[in-house]
Ligand binder design. Structure first.
Ligand code: DAH
Length: 347
């Protein structure tokens, strides 16, 4: 093997061991660069006689071409390898199923609220919403809870660290009953000149709060307050309206409804409303679904109306409770855990 063959061989070796483009360019410089070995050989030709120069020159050139060919081949190889790596890294697995956009659904409690609203709307009830942070007067005093009376602590209320104009802590409303007062006051103002005043017929659905948490109580829950006040609205109307509502809500006439005497500061007389299904898993069991009663004269007065003239009934029910009964859910907390396996059953 002559010196040129071995030069070509060592160039091929050097190129082959270059694992990256930069390394390859370094190796190239060692052979073909300014001070490279091929360049040195070409420079060396100057010292030769014309004949020798011609022959040796041709041989050196040939070696140079072989080295250049080897360089190009290795460049191509490295470029291809790099491309392969890149392609692999960016590979798309077209066999993966695409991401579908799921269809959403209304939360079971929202559905229940809408259902309640629709039924009462069909009976001519307006729907009103109001603040979840209330004044002491609205949540308690206006509803005939005397100061320092045990009824004021019938439930454990959350308070907000801000005082109202009366110097009382604001509260997270423990029931939607303050909406009776807000709505009736606004109604009385709006119709101040009219005699008699048009009847008040409203329901007030919304979130409420109490310090309470177990399978059937959540610190945030829902209520729907109802109020019907006019010159001639009696307990009989309450029984008809509410029983009718319940039968529509549960889509059955096979439902017993019972008004059980009870106490609420804001009504007199007061009654707890119980229902019993004639069939199904809860058959025959009395279940409490609402509180109700004839609005107390003090509360009518706090509406800004004359209790000698206006009379009516009110009720407050728990949509969460109704949703549990309607859908057969036995743990209230499931409504608020956000578990899609549970929620998607109601779509
Ligand atoms: N506010 C009561 C509660 O939170 C529910 C209630 C009972 C509302 C009787 C009423 C009513 O309007 O008349 O338990």
């Amino acid at each position: 093997m002559n010196d040129l063959d071995s030069l070509v061989l060592s160039a091929q070796d050097a190129f082959a061991t270059a694992a990256q483009a930069a390394e390859l360019e370094n190796a190239k410089a060692r052979f073909l660069g300014k001070g490279g070995r091929v360049t040195e050989l070409l420079k060396g030709l100057a010292a030769l006689s014309p004949e020798l120069k011609k022959q040796r020159g041709a041989e050196v050139n040939q070696a140079k071409q072989r080295i250049e060919a080897a360089l190009q081949a290795r460049r191509d190889e490295l470029a291809k390898a790099e491309l392969d790596v890149q392609l692999k890294a960016e590979a798309l697995d077209v066999t993966l199923p695409g991401r579908r956009r799921g269809t959403g659904g209304l939360h079971p409690v929202s559905r229940t609220m809408e259902r309640i609203e629709a039924i009462f709307a069909s009976m001519g009830f307006d729907v009103a919403e109001g603040p979840e942070i209330e004044t002491d007067w609205m949540s308690f005093t206006a509803l005939n809870n005397p100061e320092n009376h045990p009824a004021r602590s019938m439930q454990d209320t959350f308070y907000v660290d801000i005082k109202d104009a009366d110097g009382r802590w604001l509260n997270l409303r423990p029931h939607t009953s303050p909406m009776q007062v807000r709505y009736a006051q606004a109604h009385a103002r709006k119709h101040a000149g009219r005699d008699p005043m048009p009847e008040i017929r409203v329901i007030a659905p919304g979130r409420t709060y109490r310090v309470d948490s177990d399978a059937t109580h959540s610190p945030m829950f829902h209520q729907c307050e109802g109020l019907w006040v006019g010159e001639n609205i009696s307990f009989k109307d309450l029984k008809v309206v509410f029983s009718d509502f319940l039968r529509q809500f549960f889509e059955t006439d096979q439902l017993d409804v019972r008004f059980r005497p009870s106490f609420f500061p804001f009504t007199e007389p007061s009654a707890e409303v119980d229902i019993a299904f004639a069939s199904g898993p809860l058959k025959g069991r009395w279940l409490e679904v609402a509180g109700s009663g004839q609005v107390h004269p003090n509360v009518i007065r706090n509406y800004g109306l004359d209790p000698e003239r206006y009379i009516g009934f009110a009720f407050g029910m728990g949509p969460d409770r109704l949703a549990m009964l309607r859908y057969g859910v036995n743990d209230l907390r499931q409504f608020y855990e956000g578990d899609l396996r549970f929620l998607s059953q109601f779509k």
